[in-house]
Design a protein around this ligand. Structure first.
Ligand code: GTP
Ligand code: SPV
Ligand code: MN
Length: 598
């Protein structure tokens, strides 16, 4: 049944139908009856497996094609009239060329299949900041994931009314041909086309494609921001809650930080962390001249490996019902799932993510390293009571961070907003799990937005600077690095729940309750001001983390930083006159400061 009279919607759906020629068109109304029928159909055709409904009620398992396990950045394009608008860090295609090429791929791709029309809202329905999208897809897996990650159904179309202000998403699995896989964003047309994939950020079009690539462009034009950020609240013993947002690149710890449980002595005093969002934040200037953050999503698409009852009990708890698991280990004996790092008891007669019988003793990984869970946010035991607040939450701090084996200290604070934008722009992250002694390859990933910025990154930085000029009460900007390695490639800092010790210092800086040391790169903590009470962490062998180790990761090593400055210069040089002068000035100042160090 068609669910709207909106002529803009109907004519676009008709146009797409005549391109992909499905046998049937089904409008997703969001009702449990319809979703249940789709789950049953997907179980019957093997697309998903129903898990043990006593142990994991409402949970399902899915495997992707072997060639389709992560976002494909090299096949992701920003399609703007000129290459300059997309900028030097994006792949670019002219819209006419992209539409023509992709039309050939999409033509007839849904023949013999059903097209599902999914109206979805990014942001709570009825919120003045919510934005509507419609995704057309031939995948029930996509429908079921969108149902968790966004708000879907008829209510969304009711909210849209007759408006033409919606994002048009077209997705088809086509033949799952890697060579014809494309993720195309057309920011000026509010349009996304995605073909030949069935997984994650490639196909859940509300997430990276809309809520970051298209939305960052909209934010630039309309005076707000769309960022790859978690949002959390820290409740103090007096009940006061301070909100912080954090931008870390993919698989660098956003979900973990957003849900962290503070060390016991903080819990005993009455501290608590509340999760508002784990991946995306939309930021607006509020009445107090500050920035407020909204989580536009409704669920978590989280990394499974490494998630366990110690590292992230809240994430694990979120996955115990109404969750879709993708590419983890499947145990048919009791209808449960497993992944590396869940516990020390891998199932004996299970199947790996490829669907092959799996022997845990083989040394082969059972779950794909990018295997994921899709869980409703309301499942999270520490979900903030403000997570759906249309006004969002006011930010006291923004934290940037990446994986740096060396160079970046545990934490430092920028001198002011402009310097903070510089700190975000010079972010970098190294390839993971470096072998003993080896140093990862540095990839510069400004604001953790390298793969997600829908326009010229130089203009994006200028937008950050402009926003700062309008803020009378800006959040303070910090940088953190949980991933410093020792010479044997072991993590020096304990990470996870103990990251709260760093958050507490950040909180105190926001409240003006603690001093800092001014250095060439910004303000560093005095080691004594990071609380190490009851910290019991063994780096390796009999080497325990202590105050001396802390001092080692709170230093500025001039040679590493001078080397880094070269990388920054190379990045900046790509932007020509799109590079804001303020950032060039900040880079000069950094080099000058480093050269003046003794
Ligand atoms: P995306 O969903 O891809 O955007 O990732 P994310 O930024 O939410 O990363 P997530 O929290 O899922 O963590 C990714 C990986 O980093 C997992 O394997 C975690 O176990 C690991 N990790 C997270 N936090 C820490 C930390 O503080 N220290 C260390 N050593 N590892 C961490
Ligand atoms: C990321 O890669 O940053 C993710 C997962 O959050 S995806 O939805 O695939 O983009
Ligand atoms: Mn992410």
């Amino acid at each position: 049944m068609v669910l709207t009279n909106n002529k803009n919607v109907l004519s676009w759906v008709d146009e797409m139908v005549s391109l992909v020629t499905p046998d049937r068109v089904v409008w997703i109304d969001g009702s449990e009856e319809q979703l249940d029928a789709l789950r049953a159909e997907a179980v019957a055709n093997g697309e998903i497996i129903k898990l043990n409904q006593e142990k994991l009620p409402g949970c399902y398992y899915h495997r992707t094609a072997l060639n389709d396990v992560a976002r494909v950045e090299n096949r992701t394009f920003i399609c703007t009239p000129t290459k300059e608008e997309a900028g030097p860090t994006n792949n670019w295609m002219a819209p006419s060329e992209a539409y023509a090429m992709a039309s050939d791929i999409f033509r007839g791709s849904m023949k013999g299949r059903t097209m599902y029309v999914i109206p979805f809202s990014m942001g709570a329905i009825g919120s003045p900041f919510a934005k509507v999208g419609i995704e057309l897809t031939d995948s029930i897996y996509v429908v079921l994931n969108m149902n968790i990650m966004t708000r879907i159904g008829k209510a969304v179309l009711d909210m849209l009314g007759d408006s033409n202000d919606f994002v048009r998403g077209l997705h088809s699995k086509c033949e799952m041909d890697e060579e014809k896989r494309y993720i195309l964003q057309f920011p000026q047309d509010n349009t996304i086309w995605s073909c030949n994939s069935g997984y994650g950020g490639n196909v859940l079009l509300g997430k990276k494609c809309f809520a970051l690539r298209i939305a960052s462009y909209q934010g630039w034009k309309q005076g707000w921001m769309a960022e790859h950020m978690l949002i959390l609240g820290i409740e103090k013993p007096d009940g006061d809650i301070t909100y912080i947002a954090g931008a870390f690149p993919s698989a660098c710890g956003k979900t973990n930080l957003a849900m962290l449980i503070p060390p016991q002595h903080y819990l005993d005093k009455g501290y608590k962390v509340w999760c508002v969002g784990d991946d995306i934040a939309w930021l607006r200037i509020n009445e107090d001249g500050g920035l407020s953050a909204v989580n536009p999503e409704a669920g978590f698409f989280g990394v499974a490996p490494g998630t366990n009852d110690n590292s992230n009990p809240n994430a694990l708890a979120s996955t115990r019902k109404d969750t879709i698991f993708t590419n983890v280990v499947y145990n048919p004996e009791d209808g449960t799932v497993w992944w590396e790092g869940l516990d020390k008891n891998p199932p004996k007669n299970a199947f790996d993510w490829k669907g092959n019988p799996w022997n845990p003793a083989s040394g082969e990984k059972g779950a794909h390293p990018n295997s994921r869970f899709t869980s409703p946010a309301i499942n999270c035991p520490c979900i903030s009571e403000k997570w759906e607040d249309p006004a969002g939450v006011p930010l006291s701090a923004i934290v940037f961070g990446g994986r740096r084996a060396k160079t970046a200290p545990l934490v430092y604070q920028s001198r002011d907003w402009q310097h903070g934008v510089f700190v975000g722009s010079i972010m970098a992250s190294e390839t993971t799990a470096a072998a003993a002694g080896a140093v990862g390859v540095v990839r510069r990933d400004p604001m953790a937005m390298l793969p997600f910025c829908g326009y010229n990154m130089g203009d994006y930085w200028a937008h950050w600077l402009d926003m700062g000029k309008k803020l009378t009460n800006p959040p303070l900007i910090f940088n953190v690095n949980w991933f410093r390695l020792n010479e044997n490639g072991k993590f020096i800092w304990p990470g996870f729940g103990d990251n709260f010790r760093v958050l507490e210092w950040i909180l105190k800086r926001c409240e003006g309750k603690v001093d800092a040391v001014e250095t060439a790169i910004g303000y560093l903590p005095k080691a004594e001001d990071i609380d190490l009470e009851d910290l019991d962490y063994t780096i390796e062998g009999d080497q325990k983390f202590n105050l001396e180790t802390l001092k080692e990761i709170l230093t500025v090593e001039r040679d590493y930083w001078l080397e880094d400055a070269k990388g920054i210069k190379e990045l900046y040089a790509k932007f020509g006159n799109h590079l804001p002068k303020e950032l060039a000035d900040e880079l000069n100042k950094l080099e000058e400061n480093l050269n003046n160090m003794n």
